[in-house]
Design a protein around this ligand. Sequence first.
Ligand code: ADP
Ligand code: MG
Length: 262
Amino acid sequence: MRIWAVANQKGGVGKTTTVVTLGGLLAEQGHRVLLVDLDPHGSLTSWFGLDPDRLAHSVFDLFQHQGKVPEGLPAQLVTDTGCEGLSLLPASTALATLERKMVGVEGMGLIISRALAQLWDDFDYVLLDNTPSLGVLMVNALAAAQHLIVPVQTEFLALKGLERMLHTLEMIVRSQKNQLAYTIVPTLYDKRTQASVGSLNQLRKMYPNDLWRFMIPVDTRFRDASQMGRVPSQLDPDTQGVRAYRRLLQDLTEGTVSWADN
Ligand code: ADP
Ligand code: MG
């Protein structure tokens, strides 16, 4: 089982879109894929037509057992997405109350790791979608993941908090385990704007080794896909955006090819 987390402390940078698009492409290749919604807003959950305000059972249930994960519970919480090969562990808005409840409870940072350990034989890939805030959910994602994908919007303001965030992520990871490899993925790239071109050049200077060699362009079909509850590559397999994600997936599975190697 390969576990990837998609995270950035900023909202609206393409995290959820990255999770659904990569997940859909992996499922098309015949892999058994689980998407996990760790964002109390539940955008990933809504994408597939479920209402995070009304779900009786969600990933939240995993956090209700004093740091332990009851045998069989993770499998019970997994639902269908309507897309073959693609399953979902949905979020409910109750997740927003976790931070308060979890303080000081032993094992709370390892809930997702332990839940996924129970699903080891059921899935080939797991993609964790994250909330923009650094809290117990993000700690869980970082502990469980083998690789971190950091979508960064190509605009000048987006670069400002990036260094601090990467530093904080590294500190969390170091307190849990040795290392976590990550790939920065430039998103919402528009070659006609100075903000996109300039910020991409700056990313290349600042993160030559951890920056993906290409970028995800602005592609309005992604918003269409989320509104229609469809996986982007199934809505249209050959848009610029889907082609870029296909290339990203290939680089991630073959060992990330960075800007510096290119
Ligand atoms: P996050 O999960 O980081 O908050 P989303 O994936 O929800 O970000 O994307 C935020 C908005 O931008 C959504 O409306 C989404 O449809 C749109 N979007 C994401 N990626 C792209 C893209 N490459 N081109 C155009 N729109 C995009
Ligand atoms: Mg999101």
